[in-house]
Write a new protein. Structure first.
Length: 494
RNA sequence: GGCGGCAUAGCCAAGUGGCUAAGGCAGCGGUCUGCAAAACCGUUAUUCUCCGGUUCAAGUCCGGAUGCCGCCUCCA
């Protein structure tokens, strides 16, 4: 079963064929380090994290490059506002970014190059473009001449005439064509600069990615990714620069993730509806955010809201309850003396094992089909129900610790979790974190809750049901839900 | 103005020509339980915004209408 990838240029799913057998080179545009990352950045990171995880689980050796733009107008602006060096700003936000990614369980890419560390690469690339007649210098600026690159606009499905008709670009006398874009910008007074054949200045945004992908992945590589807003102009310009220089295709597949929206609108500073990752992670376990995103297809827009996040939380709790159950059974069964099991259910057990295997295959196949995480999660939940069903009907078998279903379930959930980057927490720890966050959000006092539970337990032991129910009712009004089992009472926040 | 995307149950969301339209959340009935909760079992879209067309067969392809969204400016 081949892997299929939706290619932005052809707008079709295509069979993925890497340049080199068994190896994949992928480049994804990273952040501009001038502010904290929001859930939009989180989505892009999680999407490509899963892409890479799946490719690896399918046996590919993946080189994943994700850059940092650490020199840029917005960084300079912020540095000037704060009266610090630009690098202080970029370093600060790169560090915060890395913290957020770690918290989200996003694996660190193979290579994370920074623009400022690749000045030579950029300058030599611009030189090539000058020599080949694709670029021209004016007063210390260097521009790319889009008219000299006939394929300009192919990725985004536009042509120069259309774009100029509705152009909203600044009129700039120095450009030959209003669509020409800067490869090198002459530095203004007080701005950071690097020396170049065209005078002191700094690189344009687009040339960074062309230079860094070229350095680490070569002139042509397999997959280039990023948010859908980067298709034009950023990726179009990257293609123009790289292909003009090398005469070869830049990337064989272009993948773009959809946006995170809020109230059906794009997040933007002007609307004031930006949600930083670190703010959300104060209130939700990071895997809740991952699950929320992975429940939709990566190319569709997702609408962020507290209620959809809460739904994802409930779904994740369902999974972790099962994982906890599995963990407890496995722990209880180790060290116990093996009892002989009545073989009555042996056939049934084989069926459970087979069905788990089948779900694992379906899961992988779903991801093969353009990384359909939503469908894959459907199979994960099927496995949850299947295992719960097994537990509900097979207590005596489990007690013996002999069931072949147990290691199989462990393997299945381990696989699902490893590829999607969820189920990485210990179940008990997960519930503890969840409880802490929920009680804090609601301003509840844990000690008080636990005292009430003790009182209720005392009432229950005395078979004073009315009193016990009264206490439970009181707790319920605080959104505290109780779960009684034989020897203990577990509580959680609804 | 130009280019593109989306429209599936109360909500979220898979599905890209063919068996009974995944899954999650919410709801309802049953089992379990002192009663609950959780879990399990069952149940909740004769139908996929609307109107035409192609086809033996369409949520899925084509044309049109309506509504929502994105890109064309920095943006994941």
């Amino acid at each position: 079963m081949p892997i299929k990838v939706f290619h932005t240029r052809t707008r079709k799913k295509e069979v993925f064929q890497p340049l080199q057998e068994g190896k994949v080179g992928i480049y994804v545009c990273g952040i501009t380090a001038y502010d904290v990352c929001h859930i939009g950045h989180a989505r892009a990171a999680v999407v490509f994290d899963v892409v890479v995880r799946h490719l690896r689980s399918r046996g590919y050796q993946v080189t994943y490059v994700k850059n940092f733009t650490d020199i840029d107008d917005k960084i300079i602006l912020r540095a000037q506002k704060e009266g610090v060096n630009f690098s202080e700003i970029s370093e600060r936000f790169i560090n915060l970014h890395n913290e957020d990614m770690t918290a989200l369980g996003v694996e660190t890419p193979s290579i994370t190059p920074k623009a400022t560390e690749h000045m030579d690469d950029m300058i030599s690339l611009i030189k090539i473009l000058m020599e080949k007649g694709y670029a021209y210098a004016v007063d210390g600026d260097v521009y790319f001449a889009v008219n000299n690159f006939p394929q300009y606009g192919r990725l985004s499905g536009r042509n120069l005439d259309e774009m100029q008709a509705g152009a909203r670009v600044d009129v700039n006398d120095r450009k030959k064509n209003p669509m020409d874009f800067a490869l090198w910008k002459a530095s203004k007074e007080g701005e950071p600069f690097w020396d170049s054949p065209w005078g002191p200045g700094r690189p344009g945004w687009h040339i960074e990615c062309s230079a860094m992908s070229r350095r680490y992945l070569g002139e042509t590589f397999d997959i280039h990714g990023g948010g859908e807003d980067l298709i034009f102009p950023h990726h179009e310009n990257e293609i123009a620069q790289s292909q003009a220089a090398s005469g070869k295709p830049l990337a064989n597949y272009w993948m773009h993730n959809g946006f995170v929206k809020v109230d059906s609108e794009k997040m933007s500073k002007s609307l004031g509806n930006i949600f930083p990752i670190r703010e959300i992670l104060k209130n939700y376990h990071p895997e809740v955010l991952r699950l929320f995103m992975l429940q939709s297809h990566y190319r569709s827009p997702v609408d962020y809201s507290t209620s959809s996040l809460n739904e994802a939380r409930t779904g994740l709790i369902r999974c972790y309850s099962t994982l906890q159950q599995l963990k407890e059974i496995l722990e209880a069964s180790t060290g116990n003396e093996m009892q002989s099991v009545k073989n009555k259910s042996q056939v049934k057990q084989e069926e459970y094992v087979n069905r788990l295997n089948e779900l694992m295959e379906k899961f992988d196949t779903a991801l093969d089909d353009d990384f359909n995480t939503a469908q894959a999660l459907g199979y994960v939940f099927d496995a949850v129900r299947l295992f719960n069903n097994f537990v509900a009907g097979g207590k005596n078998i489990i007690a013996a610790g002999q069931s072949a279903v147990l290691p199989e379930a462990k393997k299945a959930f381990g696989h699902f979790g490893a590829v999607l980057g969820i189920f990485q927490d210990d179940p008990d720890h997960f519930f503890q974190i969840d409880k802490e966050m929920e009680t804090r959000k609601r301003g509840l006092d844990v000690a008080e809750i636990e005292n009430l539970i003790k009182d209720r337990q005392a009432a229950r032991n005395a078979r004073e049901w009315t009193r016990a129910d009264e206490i439970r009712g009181k707790l319920a009004s605080l959104n505290v839900v109780l779960k009684d089992s034989k020897d203990k009472t577990i509580w959680s926040i609804e």
